[in-house]
Design a binder for this molecule. Structure first.
Ligand code: ATP
Length: 220
């Protein structure tokens, strides 16, 4: 099995996330993609995210009809800050020997990888599928990551990806540009504007029913 791990705040999940997971899983033949809502993302510490329960429910609603997509509470069920190394270790422990892990991440977030906890220990455990960001023409996943990361990889010109000493790879995929962001959705709701066609209708209904992002609890 090829297993994709797609972490995020998902505050809320939107069509940009879902289409990204779809294109990645089709291109790399992933059998399963686990959406992993983060409890307290290290880079968003100090800001109040929407309660985990609501973000989790929205992700569940959004992926319910895709048998390849799954929701993992791996980070939500752990106390404290969510570090990717802990999540990846948990999936690496739980996988069968022939399974391989693919961590799906936007190019902007991957650039920061040298600041992640124990980042060197992540690379032998999983492959990375780095995704393009809307409006950006950058296509080199290692550009801007720094020498500490670059020196661990060789470019494989035949397969056009990067190979780690351990054999894992970093792939880059150019996605269909869907310039939707969760922060834009939160801002629209706050202004009383429509979010129809930006998020699945079940998610829009949930946001409305729970009164999320109106500037009270859940505001950021
Ligand atoms: P925010 O606007 O609050 O920063 P976001 O929409 O970027 O949120 P996150 O939950 O932080 O959502 O993102 C999770 C992952 O999804 C990240 O790897 C990010 O790069 C990717 N992602 C977010 N929006 C899109 C999009 N429109 N198209 C493709 N990938 C996206």
């Amino acid at each position: 099995m090829k297993i994709g791990l797609f972490g995020g705040t998902f505050d809320p999940i939107h069509w940009g996330h879902l289409r990204s997971a779809e294109e990645v899983s089709e291109t790399y033949g992933l059998d399963r993609v686990h959406f992993i809502p983060a409890s307290i993302p290290p880079h968003k510490r100090g800001k109040t995210a929407t309660p985990a329960r609501d973000r989790l429910r929205m992700v569940r609603l959004a992926v319910a009809r895709n048998p390849r997509f799954n929701v993992s509470t791996e980070e939500l069920s752990r106390a404290g800050v969510s570090y990717s190394i802990d999540t990846i270790r948990a999936f690496a422990r739980g996988k069968r020997p022939k399974d391989s892990l693919y961590f799906i991440i936007g190019l902007d977030a991957f650039r920061e990888i040298a600041t992640w906890k124990d980042f060197r220990e992540i690379f032998p455990l999983c492959n990375f599928i780095v995704t393009s960001r809307p409006g950006s023409k950058d296509n080199d996943p290692l550009k801007g990551t720094g020498v500490a990361v670059k020196k661990l990889f060789c470019y494989d010109s035949k397969h056009k990806n990067y190979r780690h000493q351990s054999g894992t790879r970093i792939y880059f995929i150019e996605l269909t540009d869907i310039a939707i962001s969760a922060s834009e959705i939160r801002a629209l709701v706050k202004q009383g504007k429509s979010i129809r066609y930006l998020v699945p209708s079940e998610v829009a209904k949930y946001i409305k029913r729970r009164g999320l992002y109106r500037g009270r609890r859940g505001e950021r």
